[in-house]
Ligand binder design. Structure first.
Ligand code: SOE
Length: 389
């Protein structure tokens, strides 16, 4: 069978992880990549073993062999490039945030529907086997009625004042940082697990490091290199390192989460606890194979990921017997598998249900971020205005 042909725009931290995940599928082939110059594109294409290199992504969009394009560029380019991908009639898989504002993400969603392209956004944490298992348990009432949802997403890669990359640059990262970058994942994951929308928020944001020292050399996301002889310039920071947000779900369920990119020792710790009327559950992305289940009347349990112990629905996300640990790259692969299976089966993006996050989820996420920023500014509860429905 003909392989689905793909092009990738942007090959910083996340682009190569998409390529690796796609290569594990077997029925999809990355045939081209685009970078900011022809020289950079050729260098990356040679490193990653990809046949076609484009110094201008528009040339890639004109390549009729390419059916699907992944937008792995920095945030400020997402909107314009997503729009061009759709207008070129290609299916699109974008990194989050979809755009720089919820007006733009609404426009993208409408455009993707109009052009009937398959649209995905890389909310990959809902693709972990344990997360799917928990979603199934909740759907079947195994925790009882969900009353409370709380947790955090903590990182430390921006802890020091000399930590700087494009996410902090005004006009490049966007008007929100920690909330849009990682709070968006937390919200998407808990909405997926509970099956409920966040409809109202009350937020407190802070910029723990208000002036950063930007190195004259570029620093990669999660980069650790620090040259001895480095020179720096001071850059005032306008986006948050930290946020705590009270949330209300559509059925009145209460919740709260904290995000921080300045929490020493926490590398990529997305965690949440759900308290139901019967039992509780807790999951932490840094130990992705374990689900803690809390009881009042008997000893608590830890469920280790194992297809033999999983529900029928969750089994599709786990590919090895128990104890053969699956983690972040495997969840990413699950997302790609679901996205590309949808395309391969010729499903209809307007009517068929997806088992990956779509531009609709990306738009909802942007609306939650907007409400959080507004709540912080006004110091009051703000409703999430999704429109479109
Ligand atoms: C950096 O904070 C980052 O790479 C995010 O942009 C990703 O979405 C998250 O999965 C890991 O951390």
């Amino acid at each position: 069978m003909e392989k689905v042909k793909v092009g990738i725009i942007g090959t910083g931290f996340i682009g190569p992880t998409h390529i690796e995940a796609i290569r594990r599928l077997g029925f999809v082939e990355v045939v081209g990549l685009a970078e900011s110059s022809q020289a950079a594109a050729e260098k990356k294409a040679a490193e990653l073993g990809i046949p076609k290199a484009y110094g201008d992504y528009r040339d890639m969009l004109r390549d009729s062999e390419i059916q699907v394009v992944h937008n792995c560029t920095p945030n400020h380019l997402h909107f314009a490039i997503n729009k061009e991908i759709i207008l070129a009639g290609k299916h699109v898989l974008s990194e989050k945030p979809l755009a720089m504002s919820s007006e733009e993400s609404a426009e993208l969603l409408a455009l993707a529907k109009e052009h009937k392209v398959v649209h995905g956004v890389n909310f990959n944490y809902r693709q972990f086997p344990i997360v799917k298992q928990l979603a199934t348990m909740i759907k079947h009432g195994e925790l009882g009625k969900v009353n409370l949802v709380h947790g955090s997403y903590l990182q430390d890669w921006l802890l020091f004042e000399t930590d700087f990359n494009w996410r902090l640059a005004p006009g490049v990262g966007g008007k929100s940082r920690a909330v849009a970058d990682i709070g968006s994942h937390w919200c998407d994951t808990v909405q997926y697990v509970t099956g409920k929308r966040i409809v109202e928020v009350f937020a407190d944001l802070a910029t723990v490091i208000p002036v950063r020292k930007k190195s004259t050399s570029n620093v990669a996301t999660f980069g650790t290199q620090k040259a001895q002889e480095e020179t720096y310039e001071d850059v005032p920071i306008t986006t948050e390192d930290y946020a705590s947000v009270l949330v209300r779900f559509e059925d009145g369920t209460r919740g709260v989460f904290t995000v921080s990119q300045v929490s020493a020792g926490r590398k990529n710790r997305l965690s949440f606890e759900i308290n139901g009327s019967q039992h509780s559950a807790y999951w932490n992305q840094e130990e992705p194979e374990k689900l803690w289940i809390g009881y009042r009347d008997k000893a608590n349990e830890v469920l280790l990921a194992d297809p033999a112990l999983f529900s029928q629905e969750a089994r599709s996300a786990i590919h090895h017997p128990g104890g053969h640990n699956e983690g972040w790259p495997d969840a990413l692969k699950n997302g790609m598998l679901n996205f590309y299976t949808f395309i391969r089966e010729g499903k209809d993006p307007l009517h068929d249900q997806t088992n990956f996050a779509t531009f609709e989820d990306g738009h909802i996420s942007m609306c939650i971020t907007d409400a959080i920023l507004e709540s912080h500014q006004q110091q009051k509860w703000v409703k999430v205005q999704v429109g479109q429905e």
